[in-house]
Design a protein around this ligand. Structure first.
Ligand code: SF4
Ligand code: SF4
Length: 301
């Protein structure tokens, strides 16, 4: 069995306890406008181009492209995604890492081989492996197979999910993962639909069900100025979470513009222009409100 991933990051310290290796699965059904991993949205492989890395008048890749998808205008090259068949030849040719095919098919054991390299750090720091994305539950069978291999090796596992998946798969994953990191973006359904393209009903219902099963959950709330940092959203979040489980930790993740450059490299429109990072004061206020209701709140991952 193979799954599609787009990255493996070692020495991660914001994706769960201790020092971790984060494996990023490719593909997600939500369309969060602020997504900082836009290369994880499409399930299919895609090409990323960083023109700023190009060497002056190099053009080595231009004649090598079998599809004639790369053009140069004397100053810069451009890649026509409609002609490109993702053969990867330009990635191999380029000595400057200016082009890359994002996404590769891997087996569970190939991932295990990679993450085992840092076992000593997991053991010493109380860390492990986090599976993120994209939406890892969207490749459910592959995710379950990976979790089983990690469990057999006694490596701590965390799964970072949007929660926007059928409960059947989430339930199976929660039985095998040590920790679920679940996003909670906006409680108001209309607002959620506007900014992610989908209703949040499944997500809220999934959290209710997880709370009944006593799962170990960290709620991750991306905080965006003007989108979900208002007192109405915070209060509805408190009202929603209070009956569930007060022992769940809430992580407030301030919006950052990390996705902006990636959107450009993927030749995609940038919807991030209107989003802003909340001030430290605002984050502190949100933290205080949530803490006053008994939640353990942390700013950051
Ligand atoms: S993408 Fe790489 S090979 Fe192609 S022109 Fe730029 S630097 Fe040269
Ligand atoms: S991946 Fe292949 S088809 Fe696409 S631009 Fe590069 S060389 Fe051309």
């Amino acid at each position: 069995m193979k799954g599609t991933i787009f990255d493996i990051k070692r020495y991660a310290i914001h994706d769960g306890p201790g020092i971790r290796t984060t494996v990023f699965f490719k593909g997600c059904k939500l369309r969060c406008q602020w997504c900082h991993n836009p290369e994880g949205i499409k399930f299919e492989r895609e090409i990323m181009f960083r023109p700023e890395r190009c060497a002056e008048e190099c053009w080595d890749c231009v004649p090598r492209c079998p599809q004639k998808a790369i053009n140069e205008n004397g100053t810069i090259i451009s890649i026509n995604p409609k002609k490109c068949d993702l053969c990867g030849i330009c990635e191999d040719v380029c000595a400057y890492e200016a082009v890359a095919i994002v996404g590769r098919d891997v087996t569970v054991l190939e991932i295990i081989k990679e993450v085992e390299k840092d076992r000593i750090f997991y053991d010493e720091s109380g860390g492990g492996v986090t599976i993120s994305g994209g939406e890892p539950l969207a490749q459910g069978d592959f995710l379950l197979a990976l979790l089983e291999e990690l469990n057999e090796r006694s490596i701590h596992t965390a799964v970072d999910t949007s929660g926007f998946m059928p409960y059947e798969i989430l339930s199976e994953v929660s039985k095998r993962a040590d920790l679920i990191l679940c996003d909670l973006k906006v409680i108001d359904e209309h607002r959620h639909r506007v900014f992610t393209g989908e209703s949040n009903r499944i997500i809220l219902e999934n959290l209710r069900k997880l709370s009944k099963n006593g799962n170990n959950i960290v709620i991750r709330m991306p905080v965006l100025k003007g989108l979900n940092d208002d007192s109405e959203n915070i209060q509805t979040m408190v009202d929603f979470l209070l009956p569930l489980n007060k022992s769940w930790q809430i992580n407030l993740l301030p919006f950052h513009r990390g996705g902006e450059g990636k959107l450009k490299r993927l030749n995609k429109k940038n919807p991030l222009v209107d989003f802003k990072t909340p001030s430290e004061k605002k984050l502190g206020e949100i933290k205080d409100i949530l803490s006053s209701h008994g939640f353990h709140v942390k700013i950051g991952g």
